[in-house]
Design a binder for this molecule. Structure first.
Ligand SMILES: Nc1ncnc2c1ncn2[C@@H]1O[C@H](COP(=O)(O)OP(=O)(O)OP(=O)(O)O)[C@@H](O)[C@H]1O
Ligand SMILES: [Mg+2]
Length: 254
């Protein structure tokens, strides 16, 4: 009787963990997918209008007797739509940089351990060994918890994805959190994957840059905006023999 109880509880627990992992994946992809789809949609309309109107202008000009009024009208529409497309981009930038940032006092452990608990299953399924080093007695952060977790989530998922081809037992992920006098709290996420070729390094933070079949290329771009929004920086650490190390800081309030 007792044995049955325990095994059914174990099963329920592992189902719960699987659901949580799936949720992490889905909510992340939905949020990014929606953002990318809305960018694509909103920018695409003025862009195709620009293509149509510039062709019209060319046609009016290439007539035997060019109609300069029509050319000017078409070019005005081009100008208007180019501004519209620019506005969309400005709105997205604004959304990414200021969009509803909440400042709350939070403990580093709190941010990190909630997230690690959520990802436990993914790490196990992917055969990734995780080491966490958090300096003792870190001061509280003044930051948006959900956004910071989003940054860590993007870095951790990139690390797991990068190590897929490594031999089992050689998929090592380390997370270090320390305090530095001028920088505030510094987070470092390192993996033992193939690393990033020097010629690719300048591009990885660009929105929509991805080398993955199913990647949107938004993870690092969004993460960098979030961190910069908190007054910090996010970068790839130079050097290292293997793997990639990303580091970001969250400054402490004066
Ligand atoms: N830890 C890493 N090791 C190796 N390459 C990496 C690592 N992290 C990022 N990259 C490279 O940088 C690119 C951009 O990463 P980014 O997280 O912005 O997008 P993505 O992971 O491809 O897609 P998604 O939008 O789902 O995050 C990746 O496609 C990959 O080539
Ligand atoms: Mg990513």
């Amino acid at each position: 009787m007792i044995v049955e109880d325990i095994s059914s509880r174990k099963q329920a627990e592992s189902e719960l963990a699987a659901t949580q992992t799936e949720l992490v994946r889905v909510s992340r992809f939905t949020a990014m997918g929606e953002l990318a789809a809305s960018i694509a949609h909103e920018v695409n309309q003025p862009l195709s209008a620009i293509a149509t109107n510039s062709q019209a202008a060319l046609r009016w000009m290439s007539r035997d007797r060019p109609d300069l009024n029509e050319v000017a009208a078409a070019l005005n529409r081009v100008y208007r739509d180019a501004n519209l497309a620019g506005d969309v981009i400005a709105r997205i930038r604004n959304f990414l940089s200021r969009g509803g940032i909440k400042h709350e006092r939070i403990a580093v452990q709190h941010i990190l351990y909630d997230l690690l608990r959520m990802l436990h299953n993914l790490f196990q399924e992917s055969g990734v060994q995780v080491t966490v080093l958090v300096s003792p007695a870190l001061p509280n952060l003044n930051a948006d918890k959900v956004q910071l977790q989003q940054v860590l989530l993007n870095l951790l998922i990139n690390a797991v994805e990068a190590m897929r081809e490594q031999a089992p037992g050689q998929r090592l992920l380390s997370i270090t959190v320390t305090e530095q006098a001028t920088q505030g709290i510094v987070f470092t996420v390192c993996d033992s994957g193939p690393g990033i070729a020097p010629e690719m390094q300048p591009k990885i933070f660009d929105a929509l840059f991805s080398t993955k079949n199913d990647g949107l290329g938004m993870g690092l771009a969004i993460s960098r905006s979030i961190v910069e929004n908190h007054g910090g920086w996010l970068r790839l650490e130079p050097g290292g023999d293997t793997g990639a190390c990303f580091r970001f800081n969250i400054p402490l309030l004066p």
